[in-house]
Design a protein around this ligand. Structure first.
Ligand code: CA
Length: 232
């Protein structure tokens, strides 16, 4: 469908896989930008702003997980990781490092197209349905601009961190379970969910200048979930 067309950065060093995937994606109406090295991928992400990245983890120059972290430090672009690794610990690392989804090799063109459509739908709908501003004490969140400020100073948040913060801020005073966050912010119920959520909450805390021991905005309710409160 035309509305779902996207510019897709395909990071894959295997020429046969690249050719097959490029064809499947192009046939579905996407524009494909193939590169074989992580270094080139990082350049394309910043210079050409693709709508989505498919990232092979086994690349010749940089380990895929490091490449993903580097990508996340410069961009919020949705990333689907293509991996031969199936271990739960590897999948947890991938999601914690900021992957939006993953496919396990080998996968079909139809499979990756369905994942792409789902990831694009998520990233586009969160942008469209957002309220204009949410204020919690000295914290101001502008979902449409995807901006958050604390005492007038912009916070440098990843896309996930922003989504978690906005979700909690819209529900001040309510305890939100990890499962709800996983379902509503990640749109998936996956293995390793608790660690993934906890990692994001602890990063958010650091950026908000607080700790689990001395919380201000983000209060953990043991065994239940997390709650945002107005610290004043
Ligand atoms: Ca490879």
């Amino acid at each position: 469908m035309v509305y779902a067309m996207a510019m897709i950065l395909l990071v894959e060093d295997d020429r046969i896989i690249t050719a097959a995937l490029s064809r499947a994606l192009t046939d579905a109406g996407h524009v494909v930008r193939p590169v074989g090295r992580a270094g080139d991928a990082l350049k394309v992400v910043t210079d050409e702003r693709p709508d989505l990245v498919i990232l092979d983890l086994g690349l010749p120059d940089i380990d895929g997980l490091d490449a993903l972290r580097m990508m996340r430090s410069v961009s919020d672009v949705p990333v689907i990781v293509a991996t031969a690794r199936r271990a739960e610990a590897d999948i947890i690392s991938l999601l914690s490092a900021g992957a939006d989804d993953y496919v396990t090799k080998p996968f079909s063109g139809g499979h990756i197209l369905a994942r792409i459509a789902a990831v694009l739908r998520r990233s586009r709908s969160t942008a469209a349905a957002a309220p204009s501003a949410i204020t919690v004490g000295e914290l101001v969140i502008s979902p449409r601009q995807r901006r958050a400020e604390l005492r007038g100073q912009p916070l440098q948040l990843t896309r996930r961190e922003f989504d978690v913060l906005a979700y909690l801020a819209e529900r001040v005073g309510q305890v939100i379970s990890r499962r709800e966050l996983m379902n509503e912010v990640w749109n998936q119920a996956r293995i390793g969910e608790e660690q993934t959520i906890d990692v994001h909450i602890s990063w958010l805390r650091r950026k908000l200048g607080e700790t689990a021991a001395q919380p201000r905005f983000l209060h953990t309710v043991r065994g239940v979930g997390v709650m945002m409160v107005d610290p004043r």
